[in-house]
Design a protein around this ligand. Structure first.
Ligand code: TRH
Length: 378
């Protein structure tokens, strides 16, 4: 059924929160015909993922989604009717005046807190757990995305696989002005945090003895890499050459363009939550830089994913993946052997990742689980 949804998103830092909310909004609108209003407190961040966004407008309709600039204490919420389905992304807390209206009215509301993604085993027991609001008794449900059937699932567009299979790598790279075969090199995309051992990676890649084209989106990491080459300021489309390593700085791509980049590279370094999932779908060998959390709790998250993902890998592959991922996240130092082994396993890793994708694709995706959940409640 066609329902009204309000999705609230605050941008804490980076792109992941709005990246997930934008992707979900698009899927709910385009595949499930839902009427989505997306409230985001940082429109500029969204405009990086979707250039059609004008970050000066209070309200605009883009791709059928009503996008609102969510300003704190805004009176706009006095004038609008809350939707039937309300999603608080990542416990962002609804505006007070909106919540008041929601609690006062007499119609059924489905109120969901969309949680961060984790492969930890407890997620299955906490997924879809209701928690009654202390004053009104209105139920808020925690919806946990996840990699296993008893979770909320992962965002996955219906035509994803078709798009990936039919993509023309050469055309994609040409469009991005990335040389397709000029270097006959291993193409690696690099999206990571500033805290990753970038200097070690650059050093190791330049000494591997095989041509490498390292593609880096503009940002802090690109800035650090060009500083290693003795430059102060980077320009987009800048090429740097050191031994057999070529570094190319590219613009930050529109969200769908980033998927195409992942399909066209041989190895993808990804981070956070959303690019991490997209790299799994792209099925190329990938290395995850996890978002660091207080008291090192991210290690439990990283190892929980490794346990799940590598469970059917042959021992040597499993050890190589684990060693490289651990050192990339700061446990142990990056070393040439592990990197060489990982690269030499590229083909079997890609086969393994295809099977992993097929396993993930067997479960319902997050949007369909949400729609189903809402229909069961209303
Ligand atoms: O930007 P991130 O580091 O976001 C993080 C995580 O979500 C983390 O869990 C969260 O707590 C923190 O934010 C606040 O990484 P992530 O999740 O991969 O999001 C990046 C988004 O940017 C994703 O939607 C892909 C997109 N992207 C593009 O659209 N174009 C690009 O060129 C690149 C490099 C990324």
């Amino acid at each position: 059924m066609r329902r009204h949804w309000d999705i609230f998103c605050t941008v804490i830092d980076n792109f992941g929160d709005i990246g997930v909310c934008w992707r979900l909004s698009r899927q709910l609108t385009h595949e499930y015909g839902q009427l989505v209003r997306l409230w985001v407190d940082n429109l500029h961040r969204l405009s990086c993922l979707e250039p059609a966004i004008n970050d000066e407008l209070q309200c605009q309709v883009i791709q059928g989604i009503e996008v609102w600039h969510w300003q704190k204490n805004s009176e706009v919420f006095e004038q609008i009717e809350p939707a039937e389905v309300v999603i608080e992304a990542f416990a962002c807390e609804l505006p007070g005046n909106y919540l008041r209206k929601m609690l006062q009215r007499n119609i059924q509301t489905v109120w969901i807190n969309l949680e961060y993604l984790s492969a930890e085993p407890w997620v299955k027991s906490y997924h879809a757990m209701p928690s009654p609001h202390p004053r009104s008794g209105l139920i808020k449900t925690c919806f946990f995305p996840g990699f296993e059937p008893d979770t909320g699932g992962l965002i996955r567009e219906k035509d994803y696989e078709l798009q990936r299979v039919n993509c023309n790598k050469q055309a994609i790279l040409q469009q991005l002005e990335i040389p397709f075969d000029r270097y006959d090199a291993i193409r690696i995309s690099l999206f990571c945090y500033d805290s990753a051992p970038i200097e070690s990676l650059i050093e190791l890649l330049s000494e591997l003895g095989t041509p490498i084209l390292l593609i880096v989106p503009q940002g802090k990491v690109a800035q650090r890499i060009i500083a290693l080459f003795g430059y102060f300021r980077y320009e987009v489309k800048m090429y740097l050459q050191f031994q057999q390593l070529t570094v190319l700085v590219i613009p930050f791509l529109e969200q769908r363009g980033y998927d195409r980049l992942l399909w066209s590279c041989d190895i993808n370094f990804v981070r956070g939550e959303d690019s991490f999932v997209r790299a799994q779908y792209a099925a190329k060998p990938f290395i995850w830089n996890i978002y660091q959390q207080a008291e090192q709790v991210h290690w439990q998250k990283l190892d929980a994913f490794l346990d799940l993902y590598t469970v059917s890998m042959p021992l040597q592959m499993k050890d190589t993946v684990q060693e490289l991922w651990h050192s990339w996240n700061g446990r142990g130092s990056m070393n040439r052997n592990a990197l060489l082994k990982f690269i030499s396993l590229a083909e079997p890793l890609e086969q393994y990742n295809r099977a992993w994708f097929e396993q993930l694709a067997k479960q319902n995706d997050l949007a369909s689980n949400l729609v189903q959940f809402v229909e069961n409640r209303l």
